[in-house]
Structures are given as structure tokens and as C-alpha cells.
Design a protein around this ligand. Structure first.
Ligand code: SAH
Length: 216
């Protein structure tokens, strides 16, 4: 599959939809999503729908997030060039690619070996380089590389994973879905001090569950 004029045209329409209908204003987010070819991250049978606001099945019974979700989470992170970002749930690597394109230094973790392999290959093919990509359990974060400016979690945990909060720097932002399946809420947390977190409730959402340990 290639990135044709038709794909580029559809991508532009999606970007205008995100801007005009969903109120995404961060030009860096819109620009990055206009560059990254989403259709290359999903199975070819879904190619024609890749630039609709839809989620699709990927390997290991997981899903690529809706473009609107990727745009919203990326905007909530307030990414600036050179931000050191920890991503939990690499999945197919699309969100990772968007953050890299935005100029972030991305450290990403995936617990499904098939998806870790898929995303590694895909990102390499597209010459899109996260700083560090690991097959592991996101609940543990990456203490060796902490602290992070930002943390993005693309799967839903029932309660806030404390390790991830520890690895966020003071002043840092975490965007995370929390709560039981079917009752998840997307939050933006700002770490004011070691003891104080500012919590913003963004709204209801639906992510695949954050699961313990790895699955090879
Ligand atoms: N942003 C990804 C979303 C994939 S879905 C994309 O656009 O493709 C969320 C991913 O989180 C799944 O791939 C799932 O395997 C992964 N995941 C769930 N629990 C995890 C954990 N504890 N550590 C790392 N990844 C996890």
C-alpha cells in the first residue's frame, strides 16, 4: 500500500472535520495527523475507511483508537518540541507516530508481543523513530528513563497506576482513561507537587482494558 493523492485528500477532509466539528485547535496535532498515513497502520480491507472517524480491529483483539480520540488525547497533552513522553499501549503505533511527528521524544510500551513487533516494523518503514520502544508491562512504566514531561495511556485502568504518577515530573501532564469498562472517564492530571494533583474530568470514553503483565 502506498500513500496516494486519494489518501492525502481524504486525510485533509478528516483534519477539517477534527478542526471544525470537534474543535481541535492545536495546529501541531492537526499538522501531524495530516502527515501520518493512518491507512498504513490498519488492515488493507479497512483502507477505504481509514480517514473516517472510526476505530478498527488490529492484532491481538485490540483496536486502533478513533482519530478523534488520538487528536483529543494529543491536544490535552499540550505537546511542545522535545517533550519526553511516556506512552502506555503502543498498539499499532499510530498514536506513537503522531507524537513523534509533533516533535516529542516518545518512550512507548506494549504488552502484546504481536503488536510490539508490528509497530516496530511499521514505524521503521515510515522512518518514524520513537526514542525507545519496549515490549513490557505499562503498569511498571520506565523507571530508568523517568521523569517524563508527559504520560499518555491509551488503555483503561480501573484505578490510577501509581508508578506512572511517580514517573511524571512536577508540572507534568498525564492523560488517562480511568474506571470500570463501560464507565470509563478520560482525565487530564497535572502533577502540581509530589503530594498534589490537579484533576480535570474530560468526559466519558471507551478504551480497551489496561491488563497486567505481558502476553507473548
Ligand atoms: N494508540 C494505540 C491504541 C491501541 S489500544 C493505537 O492507536 O493503535 C491500547 C493498547 O494498550 C493495546 O495494544 C493493548 O495491548 C495495550 N495495553 C493494555 N494493557 C497494557 C499494559 N499494561 N502495558 C502496555 N500496553 C498495554
Amino acid at each position: 500500500m502506498q500513500d496516494s493523492f486519494v489518501h492525502k485528500g481524504k486525510r485533509k477532509i478528516l483534519i477539517e472535520y477534527l478542526r471544525n466539528n470537534l474543535g481541535i485547535v492545536d495546529e501541531n496535532v492537526l499538522q501531524a495527523m495530516n502527515v501520518i498515513p493512518r491507512h498504513l497502520f490498519i488492515e488493507s480491507i479497512f483502507e477505504d475507511y481509514a480517514y473516517e472517524d472510526r476505530a478498527f480491529p488490529i492484532l491481538a483483539q485490540q483496536t486502533i483508537s478513533h482519530p478523534s480520540t488520538v487528536a483529543e488525547q494529543s491536544e490535552l497533552l499540550q505537546v511542545t518540541t522535545g517533550d519526553k513522553i511516556l506512552e502506555i499501549g503502543t498498539g499499532c503505533g499510530y498514536q506513537t507516530a503522531v507524537l513523534v511527528e509533533m516533535g516529542a521524544h516518545v518512550y512507548t510500551i506494549e504488552r502484546q508481543k504481536d503488536l510490539y513487533d508490528f509497530a516496530s516494523k511499521k514505524l521503521r518503514e515510515l522512518n518514524c523513530r520513537p526514542k525507545f520502544q519496549i515490549f513490557g508491562d505499562g503498569f511498571e512504566g520506565l523507571p530508568t528513563f523517568a521523569p517524563f514531561d508527559k504520560v499518555i495511556v491509551t488503555c483503561g485502568a480501573e484505578t490510577l497506576p501509581v508508578e506512572l504518577l511517580k514517573q511524571l515530573k512536577i508540572g507534568g501532564i498525564m492523560v488517562i482513561p480511568l474506571g470500570k469498562t463501560d464507565e470509563q472517564i478520560l482525565y487530564r492530571l497535572t502533577k502540581i507537587s509530589e503530594r498534589e494533583i490537579e484533576t480535570e474530568e474530560i468526559g466519558p470514553c471507551k478504551f480497551v482494558p489496561m491488563l497486567n503483565k505481558t502476553n507473548s
